[in-house]
Design a binder for this molecule. Structure first.
Ligand SMILES: *Cc1c(COP(=O)(O)O)cnc(C)c1O
Length: 234
């Protein structure tokens, strides 16, 4: 077995264990492999080990990788999720090349993605990024502004609002990790109670995926536990 294959198996086992402890079905948690800074060879190795969804943060790097993987494995096109900060002048390639976007925090960005999503493609799946750590994080819509943003995005053609995403401040205590994820779950449940048809809570990374699954994550975004530690120098 390759290292990536072994790591993937270990992550799948952790998800299954956390799901079992929460009396949830492991199949209700999708593993998103975050391949940022790693090459297409790493993506292809993970695909050979059965991984079907990949997350990318940096647009140009992602576009190159998506094209390479499509060429190398045309019969197994994975789902590509954009999980990085979005510049408003870079929305078009995101609308054209991705299946999901997890980091929508402003209506203006959603409107551009809606206008630029090619008509021949399925609706672009959207999660709204929520700032649940307050001052500590600059990214994400505030909980106070979330309901209005969610209602606006839910109306837009060619987008499908799926749910919420957050990147809480790093905590080592599992109870503090859980408390942050529980905040996102409560916001999600409130939007659903208000009538929005949501099904996705994108939360949990390598260091806190157990807490996220215990609190109801339906997508965990895992990079280093699968691909190893990242090197940003090139
Ligand atoms: C890099 C990144 C991840 C993965 O982080 P790891 O700690 O390597 O698992 C998940 N989500 C987002 C938004 C990221 O930028």
């Amino acid at each position: 077995m390759s290292t990536i294959e072994q790591n993937l198996q270990a992550v799948r086992d952790s998800i299954a264990q956390a799901a079992a402890d929460a009396q949830r079905a492991p199949a209700d948690v999708t593993l998103l492999a975050v391949s940022k800074t790693f090459g297409a060879d790493a993506v292809l190795a993970a695909m050979r080990a059965g991984q079907a969804a990949f997350g990318e943060n940096y647009l140009q790097e992602a576009l190159d990788k998506i094209a390479f993987v499509k060429e190398a494995a045309p019969q197994h096109v994975p789902a590509w999720h954009f999980i990085g900060p979005i510049q408003s002048n870079k929305t078009r390639p995101i609308a054209e090349h991705f299946d999901w976007v997890h980091t929508v925090e402003r209506e203006k960005i959603a409107v551009r993605l809606s206008e630029q999503r090619p008509a021949g493609l399925p609706d672009l799946n959207i999660c709204l990024q929520v700032n649940i750590s307050g001052e500590a994080s600059k990214s994400g819509v505030t909980p106070a502004d979330l309901p209005a943003l969610a209602r606006a995005v839910a109306q837009l053609p060619r987008l499908r609002l799926r749910g919420l995403m957050a990147i809480p401040e790093p905590e080592t205590d599992v109870n503090l990790q859980r408390a942050a994820f529980a905040q996102l779950r409560v916001l999600y449940q409130q939007l659903k109670a208000d009538g929005l048809a949501l099904d996705t809570l994108s939360m949990g990374m390598s260091a806190d995926l157990r807490a996220a699954v215990l609190e109801g994550a339906t997508i965990v975004r895992v990079g280093s536990a699968i691909f190893g530690s990242r090197n940003y120098s090139h």
